[in-house]
Design a protein around this ligand. Structure first.
Ligand code: NDP
Length: 295
């Protein structure tokens, strides 16, 4: 059996970044300032700091003005107040076009309070209920970058989404559910699986497209796949000091038609797409400001 085609994120990310860099340049010339990105963090946990620092570095490399906003507090209530205050300040700052909030939030800080506080027009990672609702209804809104990256990988795998049987493992608000809605919109027949799914292998074996976003190393292996299936591994796990996905790569690769590696698959594309969302937000805010100025 021939091994599956590798769906690497880096080449796609390079294309997206090149387009972002030229859009950033045009925006900067037109507006007299670069698009602004703010990354709000509360409590520095090592793995997410690595991820956020990568975003900041990537943003600076394409000419975006990126800042990290540190929120502190003695307890959860204080941190929540600090976060909502920081978000309100950033919402009101015209030089900030996109805002990302570090997730997960510290224990006790209410997610609802934080997501509600972000301006939906600056919510480039699609956490505000308005954006989630727009995506759910099939309208244009900011899609969480990871779900967007998984969809982009599926498109680039060459598989026909219309009519395909797709399985999404994981039902989170940032990955599983938005992706399931997006695939449904593109006419796939979608099954969403989660930790209470009775027979995962029975479901995945029927699928033309399998997306795994569970945070469980080795959850899906080759025996659970239909030959030729497209496998998108969103998982990021640290196992014995190495980063691995949710798919047992070697066994899956022998059966699948195309598969994303971890690291090097969905991850790089996620960061590049986040910057493309920022550019979209900045362009939209600039044109709305112009409309207001003209009236
Ligand atoms: P969550 O923990 O929010 O959700 C995990 C989902 O997987 C839940 O719906 C859970 O089910 C389901 N699940 C857990 N165990 C099993 C199992 N044994 N069988 C079937 N389903 C299971 O995680 P996220 O959605 O935030 O992230 C998912 C993965 O993606 C993580 O590994 C994360 O690190 C990674 N990630 C990768 C990014 C990237 O850029 N590549 C960015 C963001 C996340 P239930 O609802 O029943 O609990």
């Amino acid at each position: 059996m021939t091994a599956a085609r590798l769906l690497e994120g880096a080449p796609f990310a390079t294309d997206i970044r090149a387009k972002v860099a030229s859009d950033v340049e045009a925006f900067t010339v037109a507006q007299g300032r670069p698009p602004g990105l703010a990354v709000v963090i509360c409590g520095r946990s090592a793995p997410s700091m690595v991820y956020l620092e990568r975003i900041l570095k990537g943003a600076a490399a394409v000419g975006v003005k990126a800042e990290m906003v540190d929120v502190e507090g003695e307890d959860a209530a204080e941190m929540e107040v600090g976060l909502t205050r920081a978000l309100r300040r950033l919402n009101a700052d015209p030089a900030v076009n996109g805002i990302i909030v570090q997730m997960p939030l510290p224990p006790g800080v209410r997610l609802r309070a934080v997501v509600d506080a972000i301006d939906p027009l600056k919510d480039i990672d699609g956490i505000h209920p308005l954006n989630a609702g727009l995506v759910r209804l099939g309208f244009e809104g900011f899609v969480p970058a990871t779900a967007h990256a998984a969809l982009e990988m599926i498109h680039r795998s060459g598989v026909e989404v219309r009519g395909a049987d797709a399985v999404v493992i994981g039902r989170s608000a940032v990955v599983g559910m938005p992706l399931a809605f997006l695939l449904t919109k593109e006419d796939a027949t979608v099954t969403v699986c989660h930790s209470k799914t009775r027979d995962l292998a029975e479901v995945t074996r029927r699928a033309d497209i399998v997306v795994v976003a569970a945070g469980q190393p080795g959850l899906v292996n080759g025996e659970m796949l239909k030959p030729g299936a497209v496998v998108i591994d969103v998982g990021i796990n640290v196992l014995e000091g190495r980063i691995v996905g949710d798919v047992d790569f070697e066994s899956a690769r022998a059966v699948a038609g195309a598969i994303t590696p971890v690291p090097g698959g969905v991850g790089p594309l996620t960061n590049a797409l986040l910057l493309s969302h920022l550019v979209r937000a900045a362009q939209r805010q600039a044109s709305e400001a112009m409309e207001v100025a003209e009236t």
